[in-house]
Design a protein around this ligand. Structure first.
Ligand code: SF4
Length: 377
């Protein structure tokens, strides 16, 4: 297919595809799916080989958020029966992180619900980062605390944070439909603050919220412009008790096409399969490893993932290898910070049959951080 040859060439050169090309990837038919995966897989292997980076989530503070993000089980007014607790103490968070690191993770993502941290919260997280790094000096720590005020990114960097995550989630045009308590511009501003403070920026999206193909392409092109080092791709987990509980639109094939499009648009960036991997890709997860070079190990913030051991087995069975702490994730031009931002028509498809709701696959997290039970790692 000419489209795929063009996209592979562009991906190897870090050249931006056109919007039409990105849309065409999303519009490919199931008959062409393996060709799409193989083409995007060439780009993935060129920049990241067969390595898979494992990341581990620690939910520092769960639920009770005053913001109203429709997709989130921790939102204002959420009726989802999730764990709710306030800030973990540094030693509790460090203990939770240690389980993930022992399981093979090289990055720990410290996440807290809320609009954004107070300066006291930044102190708290700084103590937590120190506690984790005292135990594991090679670990990468990413903080995800919401919207940052002036100076907070610098303080987190000084405390030892390596990265900061703040997702754009969806296109600018549809942002107000999913959240009213903050704006798309607020989110962009926080990613820029993280970047400016010397933190590795991590920013991604959530697919499956009823958006159009054009919205997906918009958000991925905006991410490329923001130039984060890592792009988590979440697939909506339609939690009962949230406004998007009925949004079961994704199929495994659709998820693979979305990941392929992200890989073509952001070829040399750490593309991470994030929340919803097990729920939506299901038995097709191994194919997604040909597109993404990073996954979360174990559980998510408020829902359970498959057993950490199953993640490791899947990676090995698919012919990939877990990235070690002595290996550099990003290609050289990115790892040295010298990327000059250069990175970064098919037939109309048959309508996809509506997927069924798979609420049986959504398990609220009941173990690990904030509980007395052992974590999944
Ligand atoms: S700000 Fe974060 S925790 Fe709060 S509702 Fe939005 S996504 Fe959820």
């Amino acid at each position: 297919m000419d489209l795929l040859n063009t996209l592979v060439d562009k991906g190897l050169r870090r050249e931006l595809p056109t919007r039409e090309e990105a849309l065409a990837v999303l519009a490919t038919s199931d008959d062409d799916l393996l060709d799409v995966v193989a083409a995007a897989g060439k780009v993935r292997r060129h920049w990241f080989g067969r390595r898979v980076k494992l990341n581990y989530l620690v939910n520092l503070k769960s639920g009770l958020c005053p913001e109203d993000c429709s997709y989130c089980s921790q939102r204002l007014g959420s009726k989802a029966g999730i764990l709710k607790y306030t800030w973990l103490k540094p030693d509790e968070a460090s203990q939770a992180a240690a389980a993930g690191l022992a399981g093979g993770a090289k990055r720990v993502c410290l996440v807290a619900s809320g609009r954004g941290p107070t300066d006291r919260d930044v102190d708290r997280v700084s103590e937590t980062i120190k506690a984790i790094k005292d135990q594991n000096e090679d670990v990468e720590v990413c903080a995800c605390l919401g919207l940052l005020s002036d100076g907070q990114a610098e303080r987190l960097r000084a405390a030892g944070a390596d990265a900061y995550n703040h997702n754009l989630n969806t296109s600018e045009g549809t942002y107000a439909d999913i959240t009213t308590t903050h704006t798309y511009a607020d989110r962009v501003d926080t990613v820029q603050k993280a970047h400016a403070a010397g933190l590795s920026a991590c920013s991604g999206l959530i697919a499956g919220m009823g958006e159009s193909d054009a919205d997906l392409v918009d958000v991925v092109f905006s991410l490329r412009e923001l130039d984060p080092d890592s792009v988590p791709v979440n697939f909506l987990i339609p939690f009962e008790g949230t406004p998007l509980a009925k949004e079961w639109h994704l199929t495994p094939q659709r998820c693979l096409r979305i990941l392929a499009m992200v890989r073509f648009v952001c070829p040399d960036v750490e593309v991470r399969i994030a929340g919803g991997r097990e729920v939506h890709l299901r038995t097709m997860q191994p194919l997604a490893l040909h597109l993404a070079n990073s996954v979360f190990l174990g559980d998510y913030l408020t829902s359970e993932g498959q057993a950490g051991k199953a993640d490791l087995e899947m990676i090995a069975d698919a012919g990939f290898e877990v990235e070690g702490t002595d290996e550099v994730t990003l290609p050289e031009h990115r790892a040295t910070g010298s990327c000059a931002s250069t990175c970064g028509s098919a037939s109309v498809p048959a309508a996809e049959p509506a997927p069924e709701a798979r609420t049986d696959l959504v398990a609220v997290r009941r173990r690990g951080a904030g509980t007395d039970l052992a974590p999944n790692a």
